[in-house]
Ligand binder design. Sequence first.
Ligand code: ZN
Length: 370
Amino acid sequence: MNANTLLLRLEGPLQSWGNHESKFVIRRTGEAPTKSGVVGLLCAALKISRIAARERLPKLNSLAMAVRVDRPGVRWWDYHTVGARMQMRIAECEGKTKPGAMLTRREYLCDASFLVALQGDPELLVAARQALLNPAWPIFLGRKSCPPSLPLLGRNDESDTGDFPDLSSAISSVPWRPRLVGDERPERVECLLEWRPSANEPEAPADAEVWYDVAQSFDVQSHQPRFVIRKQLTVGDGKNVSIGSPRQTKTPAPPRARADYRNSEYRAARKSRLDADQGLCVFCKAPAGTVQHITYRHAGGGETQDDLRSLCRLCHDAVTMIEYGLGMGLDRINPEDPKWRDKIIAKRDEIVAFRSMETRRRRLSPEEVE
Ligand SMILES: [Zn+2]
C-alpha cells in the first residue's frame, strides 16, 4: 500500500466524543468523532502509552481528518454517581460542604455511524492500518464503555485505502451506509473537513469553525485548535464505486446553523430563543449561528428559552473557551452579563489572531471572520 488516505468506519451502540465543553460534572459528547478521540484510538491500536504519546502525537496530528456523518445518532444521557460510599465532600449552600455522592451525567450518541478519512504520510497510514487490524490494546469509540460493533476497516483487500487529491473526494468515495436494508440514501450527507492553508487557499473561509480537539498530551489534557469546514456532499450508492478512483462530487454547501441536538423540545427552545434575539448574537449583534446554554440545569431536553442565548460562531467559540479554562459547573457564562464583557472581547481577539497566524495573513477584521 502506498496510499495517502485511510478510511475507517466508526459505528456502535454508543459513542461519546468529549470536546472542550465536556468537562466536570456534565460530560457532553460532540456531534462527531474528534481529532483527539480518533488519534487516541490509533494510539491504543499502536500500543502508544500516555507517556509515549507526548512524542508521537505531533506525527499523528499531522494526518488531516475528515468525518462523514452517515447517521448522526440520538443523544442520550446516562446518570452517574461518584463516591457514594466514600463520604465525598459535596457542595451545600453558602459555601459549606456535606458528605455525599457527586452526581454526574454523561452523554452518548446512540446508534450513530461515521466514516473517517485520515490523509497524510503513507508510511504512517500503513502502520496505523496494520495496528487497527490487530490492535495492541482494545479500541473504543471515545469512551471505554463504547466498543465498536463492527471492524473499523474493510477486509484485507485494502479497499479501505486510496489515493485522493483531497479530503472531500476521499470522504465521498465510499457508499453511504444504510441502517437497514432498503433505507433510502439521503441526497447529501454532512461532512466535517479539516482545513489547512494552501497556495490556492491561503485564508480560512469565513464559515470555517474552530475546533479545540488537537491533543498535545493525554496525561495533561491540553488541546490546540484546528479549522473545520462543514459541507453537504453527495455520496455514492455503492453501484459504480471503487475506492482508489476519486470521484469529484463536491456540491456547494447551503448555509446552515449547527444542530447540536435533534431533540424536538430543545429545538423549540432554541428556535424561540433565536426569535427573541431577532436571529442576532446577543454579544456583538452579528447574525447568530448557534445558541449557547447559560445553564445546564435543564440540559438534555428540558431547556427553556431563558436557559439559552443566541451567539455568532466567534462569540460562541470565545465563550466556550473561557468556560473551558475556568472549569465551570452547571451554570455557565451569560454573555449578556457585563462582568464577562472584557474577557469575551479579549478571547475573540485571541481567536481572530489565531486565524490570521494560521493563514499567515495580517489580522482579519471582525466582519470578515463572521
Ligand atoms: Zn457575536
